[in-house]
Ligand binder design. Structure first.
Ligand code: PGA
Length: 254
C-alpha cells in the first residue's frame, strides 16, 4: 500500500506572519497523524522561518523551485543545497506556472531534477496537459513527452525520491477539477509508462499526486482513486482548515 501524500503549494502568497501562523495551524491540526505524509511549500523568503515552526513536527518543508547549479554567479537563483541547508526535504519542479509563464522546458527541468536529487532532496515533479491539448486528444502524448524529457538520464534508484504530480493546466486555480475518472486514467497511464521504463516494482511504489482545484468537498473521491496517491494543493492550502480537511480526506478508509 502506498502511503498518500498531501502537500500545500503556497505559490506567491503569505508574508512572514501569515506563513508562520498557517504552518503552526497545520502542525497543530495534523498532530501525531502518521497515516498520511504532509508537507508545505512556502515562498523562498519564508522557508527558514517556517522551518522553525515545523521543527519537531510531522509536517515536512518543501520549496517551490530551485536552480541546477550548487553555487555561482546566478543572480536571483536558489540552489538545491541552499534548500537542504534551510531544512527542505522536498522541491516542486516543473510546475505548470513555471513551464507556461516562465518558459521552462523539459530539458531545463531535467537538469534541475538531477541537481535536486544529487543534493539529497525529494522531487515533486509536475506535469499536465493544457485544455487545447486535452481537446485535441493529446493528453497522453503530452504527458509522455514531459515524463521522458524531465526523467532523461534517471535510473530506477532515483525513483524512491521522486513523486509525480499530475496537474492538468486547465484545472489549476480554475475551480474546475479533473473528474476522478480523468485523474485515474492519467495516473494509470503515467504509472504504466514508469513500469515500462523502470519495472513494475518501481512503478507500484511511485507516488502520483493529483493537483488542480482540490477542495475539501471533492478531495475524498479524487484521493481514493486506485492510482491517485494524494494531492498537491494550491488555493485550498492557504486555509489551514481546508487543507487539513483535504489531509483527512486522504486518510485510509475504515
Ligand atoms: P490549485 O493549484 O489547487 O489552486 O488549483 C494546484 C497547484 O498549482 O499545484
Amino acid at each position: 500500500m502506498r502511503k498518500k501524500m498531501v502537500v500545500g503549494n503556497w505559490k506567491m502568497y503569505t508574508n512572514t506572519a501569515t506563513a508562520r501562523a498557517l504552518a503552526a495551524a497545520v502542525v497543530k491540526g495534523l498532530g501525531d497523524e502518521t497515516r498520511v505524509t504532509v508537507g508545505v511549500c512556502p515562498p523562498a523568503p519564508y522557508l527558514l522561518s517556517v522551518a522553525e515552526v515545523l521543527r519537531g513536527s510531522l509536517v515536512a518543508l518543501g520549496a517551490q523551485n530551485c536552480y541546477f547549479e550548487k553555487e555561482g554567479a546566478f543572480t536571483g537563483e536558489v540552489s538545491p543545497t541552499m534548500l537542504t541547508d534551510v531544512g527542505c526535504r522536498y522541491v516542486i519542479l516543473g510546475h505548470s506556472e513555471r513551464r507556461h509563464k516562465l518558459g521552462e522546458s523539459d530539458a531545463f527541468i531535467n537538469r534541475k531534477v538531477h541537481a535536486a536529487l544529487a543534493a539529497g532532496l525529494h522531487v515533486i515533479l509536475c506535469l499536465g496537459e493544457t485544455l487545447a491539448e486535452r481537446q485535441a486528444n493529446q493528453t497522453e502524448a503530452v504527458l509522455d513527452t514531459q515524463l521522458q524529457g524531465s526523467f532523461a538520464g534517471l535510473d530506477a534508484q532515483a525513483l524512491p525520491r521522486i513523486v509525480l504530480a499530475y496537474e492538468p493546466v486547465w484545472a489549476i486555480g480554475t475551480g474546475q477539477n479533473a473528474t476522478p475518472e480523468q485523474a485515474q486514467a492519467a495516473h494509470a497511464f503515467l504509472r504504466g509508462r514508469i513500469a515500462e521504463r523502470f519495472g513494475q516494482p518501481a512503478a507500484q511504489s511511485l507516488l502520483i499526486q493529483y493537483g488542480g482545484s482540490v477542495k475539501p468537498d471533492n478531495a475524498a473521491t479524487l484521493m481514493h482513486q486506485p492510482d491517485v496517491d494524494g494531492g498537491l494543493i494550491g488555493g485550498a492550502s492557504l486555509n489551514a482548515d481546508q487543507f487539513l480537511a483535504i489531509v483527512r480526506a486522504a486518510l485510509p478508509h475504515g
